[in-house]
Design a protein around this ligand. Structure first.
Ligand SMILES: *Cc1c(COP(=O)(O)O)cnc(C)c1O
Length: 457
């Protein structure tokens, strides 16, 4: 075993990892990256198949982002945002507000997706109380929702596996069904290529329960991951659903918190996913891709009325009492500015369009595998759901570790990604070449055949 792998085993406790299983294998120790390729300590190369857990946009070791960070580093790495302003954070705030569009006007910086959600939920809660709408407002979110791992963000989430053991620590939030079409309880949407009636009969029956809950008017906010629920297993919402529930939230007086930590920055095809349905939230939470996948930084954008509710005389203590040591970090903001330039370059947009098409075409090749139940894609995010029986959509038991085994085989084939249960996510960095993209999907195909059998339909 490599010396570094041994040190890891001895001292490091990994996130979301069963460390007993971890100890059974020699970990991959990554030492460098260039573009969509990562290299480990023994010189083996891999394609970064999930953009390093959904963070990387333009590839690793990108000249322009590197330069921006180096330039900032030559000046100063970090100064506090408590009582002091700085150059890159000011410039970045302007870009984000202009990019997000009305009615978002103000940016509150923090460190990661979880803190971006903490900020939004505290602001929404206090805004709702101060404006006299509700005295004890609650939050509404979707089944399978994931908004981060801090206690507040966890409270907004509804993945039982993650949330159950901490339930006594969490505040109560209400849950409604998510529009998860693959197992639609109303049998309306059948988004399988084997069944050509794509969303043919769907009238968003699943939105009715949500609307009924909202009508009780006890919510500070509805919290959603627009269009794609990442950690739920890349669950993709049917077109029109977001627009409908956003309107329902507004009609009930509830604010809309859009968690675009994963969907933001072009991942779904638009700069922000809500745009696909012309939905502008009251809070836009950004993190993962904000710095192009370089440094931990997050932003919560909100509206003038929310901002104004925290204005007052000093001694009134209407101040938003919240912040972190590294809020508005200068290196992070410099990286984010460079990433934003790359992202909004018209040529880069055009290239993403082409990539989306190629990606879609390549993914089509997976449908004829018996162990593949669903192939979902929106923009440059895909989820391939492995099933024990594609006809009944019966899931593999967790114990079978189908997702884990397929992803381990993919690593042997030179592609890194991490399963969510039985769903294999693919999120290519935007710098990927057509050939690399083909290789990525081919590795998944070959790994499914290797691990789950080659039966074709
Ligand atoms: C990853 C993620 C989070 C949490 O972000 P962290 O940076 O891991 O704290 C929140 N919401 C969504 C949708 C995410 O994908």
């Amino acid at each position: 075993m490599h010396k570094l792998a041994a040190l890891d085993r001895r001292y490091v406790w990994h996130p979301f990892t069963q460390m007993r299983d971890w100890a059974k294998r020699e970990p991959i120790v990554l030492v460098r990256g260039k573009g969509a390729v990562l290299e480990d300590v023994v010189g083996k190369k891999y394609l970064d198949g999930n953009a390093s857990i959904w963070t990387n946009l333009h590839g690793h070791n990108h000249l322009q982002i590197n330069r921006a960070i180096q330039k900032q580093l030559g000046r100063v790495a970090h100064t506090s945002a408590l009582g002091l302003a700085n150059e890159p954070a000011s410039l970045l705030a302007e870009k984000l507000v202009k990019g997000a569009g009305r009615p978002l006007k103000k940016v509150f910086f923090s460190d990661d997706g979880s803190t971006a959600l903490e900020v939004a939920l505290k602001m929404a809660y206090e805004f709702t109380r101060r404006t006299g709408r509700l005295r004890a407002p609650r939050f509404l979110s979707l089944d399978g929702a994931y908004h981060g791992d801090t206690i507040g963000a966890t409270s907004l989430g509804h993945i039982d596996l993650f949330h159950k053991s901490y339930s006594n620590l969490l505040f109560k939030s209400d849950k409604v069904a998510s529009p998860a079409c693959y197992r639609c309880p109303f049998n309306r949407a059948k988004p399988q290529r084997r069944d050509a009636r794509l969303y043919a009969k769907c009238n968003h029956e699943c939105a009715t329960q949500l609307e009924q809950k909202l009508e009780r008017r006890k919510y500070a906010a509805l919290v959603v991951e627009p269009r794609v629920q990442g950690a739920a297993g890349m669950v993709m919402h049917p077109p029109g659903w977001l627009k409908r529930v956003a309107a329902a939230a507004r009609a009930s007086g509830a604010l809309l918190i859009a968690d675009e930590v994963m969907t933001g920055f072009g991942r779904t095809g638009e700069i922000f996913a809500g745009r696909k349905e012309k939905v502008t939230p009251d809070f836009l939470c950004l993190a993962k891709g904000l710095t192009g996948g370089y440094l931990p930084m997050a932003a919560t954008l909100t509206t003038q009325p929310v901002f104004d509710a925290f204005l007052g005389e000093y001694e009134e203590f209407k101040t938003f009492f919240h912040g972190h040591s590294y809020t508005g970090n200068q290196l992070g903001a410099a990286a984010a500015l460079a990433s934003w330039e790359l992202l909004t370059d018209p040529k880069a947009r055009a290239r993403r369009r082409v990539l989306e098409k190629t990606f879609g075409k390549e993914l089509e090749t997976l449908w004829d595998l018996a162990a593949v139940g669903d192939v979902r894609r929106e923009g440059l995010v895909a989820g391939v759901e492995l099933v024990a029986d594609w006809k009944t959509r019966k899931a593999f038991p967790l114990k079978a570790q189908a997702g884990i085994r397929v992803c381990e085989a993919m690593a042997r084939h030179g592609v890194l990604t991490r399963p969510i249960g039985n769903v294999v996510p693919l999120l290519p960095p935007y710098c990927i070449s057509d050939a690399q993209l083909r290789r990525m999907v081919k590795a998944l195909r070959e790994s499914v055949v290797e691990v789950l059998g080659s039966a074709r339909i």
